[in-house]
Design a protein around this ligand. Structure first.
Ligand code: HEM
Ligand SMILES: *[C@@H]1O[C@H](CO)[C@@H](O)[C@H](O)[C@H]1NC(C)=O
Ligand SMILES: *[C@@H]1O[C@H](CO)[C@@H](O)[C@H](O)[C@H]1NC(C)=O
Length: 474
């Protein structure tokens, strides 16, 4: 009997120590993981992320857990990052350990060979080509074309109520087409617009592949878009001139073994770049008009800066030129402050390609990592009174890695100069010739997927009264 108890005791002791050991090991590993609540796997905190104001979602967790915390989004464990130093490690200094990652349905919609989804040699080859097409030296020639688009569009707004987001999408789309194809001469570009609208609706909807769903329609549109673009590629490959724009650059490209890019590589990238170029820019433009509307003294200051340029342009009886757009410092600060305050790309996604240690925490292989641009842009340590719209804060340059509207590192935005250029040209004409009032009193924000004012910001546009203009001159 005593022996029985002795054996029982021994076994219990063994079991207990084993459990302790296991518990301890788990504990040790847990300790090194970032703090945070994982929520329920698969539902996790996704619902909260999409139903709460993202500012609230991030700031409550940041207050509780600090600048690095873990959570679950769409069934995946992830680590959210809102310190400039950690964001720099993920996006720049250790970018090779964090690959871009997108839901498969979205990757399929854009095209799997598009630049966004890749790392390494293929990515850097494409990045050089895309960057070359959007460098200041490459886009300075498009000022007068962009100005033509602006003049046609804004004159159609006079005395009407516009859905600002929709109009800005038209504008940013037309500019993207010019830079993708090197002009609007290609007859096909007209039909492409409709296909893009379908694609966009599906991209931002649930990936439900059933008859009649936006997702199914988008898949169809993507196929047609591909056929159109491949026809253009074929025609350009057959003729001696490869033509202008990004398409021309991609078709001319040869790697070190003199190989071309394949037709699908070219098509996926053209489709992807147009996609990345128009939604983002349109959302930023919508916010600028809202902020200028709500901050009349800023609007008047921008108008004065733009009027000086207008008078010089009129005096010389010419159109707007690249050099003019380099003389708009205040307007530029308004753009920067809008990029900060609105942070239309609130965050981006990466995935750890191996177990990585980040500032003392373990990030296991396969976990998602989200640098939270919006949280960094709204941190009072870097931007005092972050909720205040105050362009003058950009009179001194922001601290390194605290201002990331176009991302950072190898995957940073190659289109930033084009985006800023088209915004400047539109503001030049809009502020000198028109005024706008918000229709209705909806003050909310819609997410589709970028945050913009409710209902796309309905605005009533009127000519700027001549009285105020002459009063300013005198
Ligand atoms: C104001 C408007 C824009 C904003 C706020 C914006 C923002 C961004 C950001 C934050 C990234 C980095 C994403 C990441 O690191 O995961 C990015 C990437 C990219 N953007 Fe933009 N963008 C804008 C306009 C444009 C335009 C006009 C173009 C067209 C030329 C463009 C083309 C791209 C491309 C191709 C990438 C992927 C680069 C890569 O993966 O290497 N964007 N953009
Ligand atoms: C807009 O309305 C004003 C005032 O009613 C009028 O003077 C102007 O001609 C109108 N402009 C256009 C383009 O219809
Ligand atoms: C490369 O381009 C040439 C002519 O521009 C074409 O004949 C050839 O089929 C292309 N190769 C590939 C792999 O697309």
């Amino acid at each position: 009997m005593q022996l029985f108890y002795a054996i029982l005791f021994f076994i219990s002791f063994l079991l207990l120590s084993l459990m302790c050991l296991l518990f301890k090991r788990g504990n040790l590993k847990d300790k090194r993981l970032p703090p945070g609540s994982m929520g329920w796997p698969y539902i996790g905190e996704t619902l909260k992320l999409y139903t709460q104001n993202p500012n609230t979602f991030f700031s409550t967790r940041q207050k509780g857990y600090g600048d690095i915390f873990k959570t679950h989004i769409l069934g995946c464990p992830c680590v959210m990052i809102s310190s400039p130093e950690a964001a720099k490690i993920v996006l720049v200094s250790q970018a090779n350990l964090f690959k871009p990652t997108y839901p498969p349905s979205k990757e399929m919609m854009i095209g799997p060979e598009a630049i966004f989804f890749h790392q390494g040699d293929y990515h850097s080859r494409l990045k050089k080509l895309v960057q070359a097409s959007f460098l200041p030296s490459a886009i300075r020639g498009s000022v007068s074309e962009i100005e033509k688009i602006v003049l046609r569009l804004v004159s159609s707004w006079e005395n009407t109520t516009i859905n600002t987001l929709n109009e800005m999408k038209k504008f940013a789309f037309d500019v993207a087409i010019i830079s993708a194809f090197g002009g609007r001469s290609d007859l096909e570009t007209e039909g492409i617009k409709h296909l893009y609208n379908c694609l966009e609706k599906g991209y931002n909807s649930m990936p439900l592949d059933l008859p009649g769903t936006p997702f199914r329609k988008a898949k169809k549109a993507r196929k047609l878009l591909n056929e159109r673009i491949k026809k253009m590629i074929k025609r350009r490959r057959e003729s001696q001139k490869k033509g202008g724009g990004l398409l021309g650059v991609l078709l001319e490209s040869k790697d070190h073994k003199f190989n071309n890019l394949s037709d699908s590589q070219v098509a996926d990238n053209i489709i992807g770049v147009i996609f990345a170029a128009h939604d983002t820019t349109a959302s930023v433009l919508t916010w600028i008009l809202k902020y200028l509307h709500d901050n009349k003294e800023v609007l008047e200051a921008v108008t004065r800066e733009q009027e000086k340029i207008r008078w010089a342009v009129k005096e010389e009886n010419r159109g707007l030129r690249w050099d003019d757009t380099r003389r708009m410092p205040l307007t530029n600060r308004v753009i920067q402050e809008t990029l900060r305050a609105a942070s239309v790309l609130s965050f981006t996604f990466r995935e750890a390609v191996q177990d990585v240690e980040l500032q003392g925490y373990l990030i296991p292989k396969g976990w998602k990592v989200l640098p939270l641009f919006r949280s960094i842009h709204h941190c009072a340590d870097f931007f005092p009174q972050p909720e205040k719209f105050d362009p003058s804060r950009f009179e001194v340059p922001p601290r390194p890695n605290t201002f990331l509207p176009f991302g950072n590192g190898v995957h940073s935005c190659p289109g930033s100069e084009l985006a800023k250029l088209e915004i400047l040209i539109l503001l030049h004409h809009l502020t000198t010739m028109y005024r706008w009032e918000v229709v209705g009193n909806e003050d909310g924000i819609q997410y589709g997927p970028f945050p913009v004012p409710k209902k796309g910001l309905p605005l009533k546009i009127t000519a700027r009264s001549k009285k105020t203009i002459s009063a300013k001159i005198n």
